[in-house]
Design a binder for this molecule. Structure first.
Ligand SMILES: Cc1ncc(COP(=O)(O)O)c(C=O)c1O
Length: 384
């Protein structure tokens, strides 16, 4: 049976391939340390788990939810944005729940793009930035994030032809994979550029709560013009260490939020009510817990960067997210990742998995215990 040509155009999803390789090595007796996937190893808070456990016992949570989500949940998101970012949101028109940021990003592309359209996407970037537009029959056009440009896109370098075809721009800071964190000025320029050229912006703030060295990541919506220019996606996966719960939100421009909601009414049936109610507890919880979580990643960031620097690797020190973006000796990231897996039983992601501009780098996820990370670093350094 043949799949759609749109699906056939996509390579096997990165984690699917990595998982298979790891299983093969483990079956062969290898003590594999995987720094490949950004799957938080730390548990969600006991309070969150307790809340969900109690909620599933209720009689009123098992029915079909709605795509718009409970009003109480949207109000909790509005409270979170007010407290955390100083941003006022209208819970009726400017907030919807998503079944994870990944779902929202893929469906946003489907909601916005037709054949012949382009999506301007961060390169390197989270693979769905490319997968979504491709599945929509549109063309993803990379915005290279290069080290010499501080891992920021050069929007003025986008060709007039691409700009005119574009009906979506997707990027996010704190950035996966580069670890770059931006300030509100960056978002202001981004919003202005989007408005000037009529390109709706989607800012992916999946790592908003994970920053280091005292940095605090802003919301895109703090920037003047941002609410007119586009939306932001907020995910609870990393901030609360519960990626399997699949809780995220699209917030901001009411028209774009409404378009995404309309698309979603055709493809999913909303978020489990118990999760929606548990999410309220999380959104209202003490921010100190989130800072403790970020401190763990910061310690691991230091561990990895210090070890690489001591071994002579000129590694950029990430200001946020949960990865180290390591320049690869010799420059061939695919060969390096394979050598590490076969020769040292360490999984890292080759940079090209995140786009052409990722070539020459490997992404190391800080999502294993400090001890395992230390062991992984010794093995990596031996292979340099
Ligand atoms: C940049 C970025 N956006 C979104 C996601 C997905 O988040 P969620 O778990 O909410 O789907 C990830 C997960 O790794 C990510 O790195």
């Amino acid at each position: 049976m043949r799949s759609s040509r749109r699906l056939a155009a996509l390579p096997e999803y990165l984690t699917a391939r990595t998982n298979r390789l790891v299983a093969e090595r483990r079956a062969a007796g290898g003590d594999v340390i995987t720094l490949g996937v950004g799957d938080p190893d730390l548990p969600p808070s006991p309070a969150a788990r307790q809340a969900l456990a109690e909620l599933v016992q209720r009689d009123d949570v098992a029915g079909y939810p709605t795509n718009r989500g409970l009003p109480e949940l949207r109000q909790a998101v509005a409270r979170f944005y007010r407290a955390r970012f100083g941003v006022e949101l209208d819970p009726e028109r400017e907030i919807i729940p998503l079944l994870g940021a990944k779902e929202g990003l893929a469906h946003l592309a489907l909601a916005q793009l037709d054949a012949g359209d382009a999506a301007l996407v961060a390169d390197p970037g989270y693979p769905v930035y490319v997968g979504g537009p491709t599945l929509a029959g549109a063309e993803p056009v990379g915005l290279p994030l290069r080290r010499e440009h501080g891992f920021l896109p050069d929007l003025e370098a986008v060709s007039p032809a691409d700009r005119e075809r574009a009906n979506l721009l997707v990027l996010g800071y704190p950035n996966n994979p580069t670890g770059r964190v931006v300030d509100v000025d960056f978002h202001e320029e981004l919003a202005a550029w989007g408005l000037r050229h009529g390109v709706p912006i989607c800012h992916d703030n999946a790592y908003s709560e994970i920053t280091f060295d005292g940095l605090v990541a802003p919301s895109f919506l703090q920037a003047p013009g941002a609410r007119e220019a586009g939306i932001e996606i907020l995910s609870l996966s990393k901030a609360f260490s519960l990626p399997g719960w699949r809780v995220a939100f699209a917030v901001g421009n009411a028209e774009l939020v409404g378009t995404l909601l309309r698309l979603k009414t055709h493809v999913d049936a909303g978020m489990f009510h118990a999760l929606q109610r548990a999410a309220i507890t999380l959104l209202d919880s003490d921010p100190a817990e989130r800072r403790e979580l970020a401190a763990v990643y910061e310690r691991r960031r230091d561990l990895v960067c210090d070890r690489l620097a001591a071994a002579g690797v000129d590694v950029p020190r990430p200001g946020g997210a949960m990865y180290v973006w390591m320049p690869v000796p010799g420059g061939d990231d695919a060969a390096f990742a394979e050598r590490l897996l076969l020769g040292a039983d360490v999984v890292v992601s080759p940079g090209r998995a995140y786009g052409d501009a990722g070539r020459g780098y490997a992404r190391l996820a800080l999502t294993v215990s400090d001890d395992r990370l230390r062991e992984a670093m010794e093995r990596i350094v031996r292979m340099l």
